[in-house]
Design a protein around this ligand. Structure first.
Ligand SMILES: [Fe+2]
Ligand SMILES: [Fe+2]
Length: 332
């Protein structure tokens, strides 16, 4: 096909198609790229930047007024008409609940998880089961489950929210329910033993420690996926979550995959290269690895580094769209 044949149009054929709602595939760019293309870019949000901002929001608006006092981590590649997103499919945000505050119960079809960054005395209720939140704990609020947050401690509670919100928007499957405020107080029931929706940090840390002397994964070193206690599969149908130990001195190999990932630094410090860009990270930082972008991680320190992460891998697995490959990448 020559360029001439793409532009040759003596009868004004192309001009007539638009108003009639047709488009010729042979002039469509990007319908079938040879590899995944995304507008999302690698990005890191520093905790020492976002923490003062969310604390400032604490003076500006109450959790109840805001419904949720949340700052979304918005990928610079997000289009103006799109809901904020960390990657094409994943929402990440920092949430603040101050002592004595309540974030009233609501529910929605987008599934969510919380990874606690700091604070004691906060809790989340999920369908009337109450979970106390401690740093490093993971709490799930699956699709359409009622959830609320409260705080009986003395210092601010901050956590990372992870949702499949952009995916839910892309699929046009978002439903939400916000009952009148008086009906939405958090459940008064004490913290129960039921563990369907919570993973204490101490247990995950111990599990990583037990595997410290294993060879480790070339791309992720010592990684443990959080598994749903009943299905032994991903924690939720649309989101998987993992915690990994990068042992002192470890530098992983580079790879890429079609699932996108949001990482959050649970402990230690190190660096990752994402798409050839180097990001230094330390505790509390959050960074995005968009789909099909090469990445590797390193812990050059003498102490452990722990990365929490969540991804859309279960969706791609279910749809037969998962691909992964090793990448020869220059060390930056
Ligand atoms: Fe929510
Ligand atoms: Fe990876």
């Amino acid at each position: 096909m020559t360029t001439t044949s793409l532009t040759h149009d003596p009868a004004g054929f192309y001009d007539r198609l638009g108003p009639l709602h047709y488009e010729p595939l042979w002039r469509m760019r990007g319908a079938l790229p040879l590899e995944p293309v995304t507008a999302m870019v690698p990005h890191l949000w520093r905790y020492d930047e976002v923490r003062p901002l969310i604390m400032e929001a604490g003076d500006l608006i109450t959790a109840e007024e805001a419904e949720r006092r949340v700052l979304a981590l918005k990928n610079p590649g997000t289009a103006t008409h799109e809901v904020a997103r960390a990657t094409d499919t994943l929402w990440a945000a920092i949430q603040l609940v101050l002592p004595g505050e309540v974030a009233p119960a609501h529910r929605h079809t987008p599934a969510a998880l919380r990874f606690v960054i700091e604070g004691e005395g906060g809790y989340t209720t999920v369908n009337d089961e109450r979970y106390d939140m401690r740093p490093g704990d993971l709490i799930l609020t699956p699709n359409w489950s009622w959830h609320s947050h409260g705080h009986t401690g003395g210092a601010p509670m901050l956590w990372l929210d992870g949702l499949d919100l952009p995916l839910s928007h892309a699929l046009h499957t978002v439903f939400a329910e916000f009952p009148p405020a008086e009906a939405r107080r958090p459940a008064a029931s004490p913290a129960g033993p039921a563990r369907t929706h919570a993973f204490p940090f101490a247990e995950m840390r111990a599990a990583l420690e037990a595997r410290r002397d294993e060879p480790g994964d070339p791309y992720d070193d010592i990684l443990i996926e959080y598994l749903h206690p009943e299905t032994s599969g991903p924690v939720m149908p649309t989101i998987s979550a993992a915690i990994q130990l990068l042992r002192p001195g470890v530098r992983t190999a580079a790879h890429r995959h079609t699932h996108s990932v949001v990482y959050h630094v649970a402990a230690g410090s190190g660096w990752s290269t994402i798409g050839g860009q180097r990001f230094e990270w330390t505790r509390g930082d959050t960074f995005a690895v968009p789909c099909w972008v090469p990445h590797r991680h390193a812990n050059p320190t003498n102490g452990d580094a722990l990365l929490f992460s969540f991804s859309d891998a279960p969706v791609l697995d279910a749809l037969g769209l998962s691909r992964e490959s090793a990448v020869d990448e220059e060390i930056h």
